[in-house]
Design a protein around this ligand. Structure first.
Ligand SMILES: CC(C)(COP(=O)(O)OP(=O)(O)OC[C@H]1O[C@@H](n2cnc3c(N)ncnc32)[C@H](O)[C@@H]1OP(=O)(O)O)[C@@H](O)C(=O)NCCC(=O)NCCS
Length: 270
């Protein structure tokens, strides 16, 4: 079925510090047609493209915290190689579903989502401790030196943030099975054309097909909040969003409709 040529109603969210631009609804005419793109499971050999995409699509302000310029290697290729080494073993987890959006004409991967399925325990694949938790170190016979090499250039913030997020997720979800999204990205030249929505829909459709519906959980970057709200994710405070079936979720525009001034609204945390 071809997508509906309709512009979504704008959801407004507060401008993030640093003037980070928010996503806006897809303009009809800009949308990539369903016949031009396919969504499928990644293969382990896509790990390099995934690593490249993470460096290309996530803003430098984010990378500066995770891989501070003063400790990162000068070559981007080295960073890609190290990140690829950390991504590859995640493919051995049957619950981890790497999804790619691929242009049918060229086979170019233009967007990726990492969906952890509802049968997995709460353990973020991105943390250092995930390697022993999932047994990837033994599986690959990694030496201490090899492990040190693949983590070189990554700051403490990497694990601190992940552990904080993980604890909050455990508090909010407990034992309740849920989908967990990390990461989602679309190459810049293909953003705003409906690709991200296709990658979200892949899991949303499955989640909504269960009885009761399966919740989906994510931590949002400041720029993407409205996009998640558009597909029914409800902000939980901070960076956390949960979706429990379809929902209409509104942003600051709801307050404006009520004639409340923008200044009167709480600024959402990022
Ligand atoms: C965030 C990102 C993945 C979005 O991908 P994208 O392909 O540009 O997103 P889409 O064009 O598919 O838009 C997603 C949907 O949200 C809607 N949307 C976006 N902003 C909206 C807004 N402010 N109000 C209402 N709807 C909005 C779009 O209209 C679209 O829905 P539709 O298909 O029903 O019309 C992409 O911008 C990106 O990679 N950014 C850098 C990395 C990043 O920040 N990732 C998010 C990490 S949490």
């Amino acid at each position: 079925m071809e997508p509906v040529e309709k512009r979504a109603d704008l959801i407004k969210i507060p401008t993030a510090p640093g003037g980070v631009l928010q996503t806006v609804p897809v303009e009809p005419g800009q949308r990539i047609l369903n016949s031009e793109i396919k969504v499928e499971l990644c293969e382990v050999d896509d790990a390099t493209r995934i690593a490249e995409g993470l460096y290309t699509c996530f803003p430098e302000v984010w990378w500066a915290r995770m891989e501070p310029p003063e400790i990162r290697p000068p070559s981007l290729q080295t960073r890609v190689t190290r990140l690829t080494t950390r991504i590859r073993p995640t493919f051995s987890n049957p619950n981890m579903k790497w999804i790619k959006a691929v242009l049918t004409a060229s086979n170019e991967i233009v967007g990726v989502a990492g969906w952890m399925g509802p049968n997995n325990p709460i353990k973020n694949i991105w943390s250092r401790s995930a390697q022993s938790f999932y047994g990837w170190d033994k599986q690959n016979n990694w030496t201490e030196d090899e492990i040190e090499e693949m983590w070189k250039g990554a700051s403490e913030a990497w694990d601190v943030q992940i552990e904080k997020d993980e604890k909050l997720r455990a508090d909010l979800m407990g034992d309740e099975p849920h989908w967990y999204l990390a990461p989602l990205f679309v190459w810049p030249q293909y953003q705003g054309k409906g690709v991200g929505k296709l990658l979200l829909d892949w899991a949303i459709k499955q989640a909504d097909a269960t009885d009761p519906v399966t919740p989906l959980y994510l931590e949002s970057m400041p720029n993407a909040r409205a996009l998640y709200m558009h597909v029914g994710f409800v902000p939980q405070g901070g960076r956390t969003f949960i979706r429990r079936g379809p929902a209409i979720v509104r942003g600051l525009e709801a307050e404006e409709d009520k004639d409340v001034t923008k200044e009167g609204n709480a600024v959402l945390e990022i």
